[in-house]
Write a protein that binds this ligand. Structure first.
Ligand SMILES: NC(=O)c1ccc[n+]([C@@H]2O[C@H](COP(=O)([O-])OP(=O)(O)OC[C@H]3O[C@@H](n4cnc5c(N)ncnc54)[C@H](OP(=O)(O)O)[C@@H]3O)[C@@H](O)[C@H]2O)c1
Length: 234
């Protein structure tokens, strides 16, 4: 992850949950973290604010117009609504699709010209809901399946182009972050029971897995990490 002038990581979702925990760990290691957020004031100390609304393509383009060299991109921003296929609000599907899939994919594409010749790493955050569909999960799971497919497609394209940029996907189970409050809105009792029934992953647990990918030696390519609380059934 490092080069002569110190490593630089572009991190979406740096203001909350998993992304925030990762930002703190990276800053502690002396890494320059460029934190993409709609809420610069919520970033942890030491993170360089990069204001952008990831539902807006112009905002994403502006992020990369201002950007110099980076050594890694971590796509951690995400939105989760419990919005079913049979009766969910299409506006919720659209926001999830824009942030979880379109913004992530565009950030992958636009980042490529910012890596040094020796390469770098992209880490995309999917979910256990990108590996099996929870019965009540609605449109969130399809977006997370798409994150895995985008990651695999990008890896194949980069390898056939001879690019040294590596791509990985991290898929956590339940992580105790504000995202769950949003996901279970209107079903707070289900969230409370879930919290009582298990020790969920902490954001730092997932951040540590992402760090393992970022810090692996160059000849070691970690493609996928799945992690969940040992209390989680599926
Ligand atoms: N928590 C879980 O149980 C869980 C499980 C599996 C996977 N994941 C995935 O892990 C990732 C991080 O989730 P988390 O739990 O840490 O969530 P979180 O605490 O709710 O944080 C979500 C982050 O996404 C950013 N974001 C959302 N919409 C955005 C937009 N339109 N423009 C810019 N930034 C936006 C937020 O930034 P601002 O609001 O500051 O703009 C915030 O930093 C997500 O991809 C999520 O799907 C979470």
């Amino acid at each position: 992850m490092s080069d002569a002038h110190g490593p630089i990581v572009l991190l979406t979702g740096a203001s909350s949950g998993i992304g925030r925990a990762l930002a703190v760990m990276l800053v502690d290691r002396g890494v320059t973290v460029l934190g993409v957020t709609r809420r610069p004031a919520a970033l942890p100390p030491g993170v360089v604010p990069v204001p952008a609304d990831l539902t807006q393509r112009e905002d994403i383009l502006a992020v990369f117009q201002q950007l110099g060299r980076i050594n890694a991109l971590v796509n951690c921003a995400g939105v989760a609504y419990l919005s079913r296929i049979i009766d969910g609000n299409p506006a919720d599907w659209e926001e999830m699709w824009r942030v979880n899939v379109m913004a992530l994919t565009l950030c992958c594409q636009l980042s490529l010209r910012h890596f040094p010749r020796e390469g770098g790493r992209i880490v995309n955050v999917s979910s256990m809901s990108g590996h099996r569909v929870p019965p009540t999960g609605g449109f969130y799971a399809p977006t997370k399946f798409a994150v895995r497919a985008v990651t695999d497609a990008l890896r194949a394209e980069l390898k056939s182009a001879g690019s040294p940029v590596q791509v990985a996907c991290v898929s956590p189970g339940f992580v105790d972050t504000p995202l769950l409050d949003q996901y279970f809105r209107g079903r707070e009792e289900v969230l409370q029971k879930t919290r009582e029934s298990m020790t969920m992953l902490a954001p730092e647990d997932v951040a540590a897995a992402i760090l393992t990918i970022l810090e692996a030696p160059t000849h070691v390519e970690i493609g996928d990490i799945l992690l969940r609380s040992s209390d989680q059934r599926m």
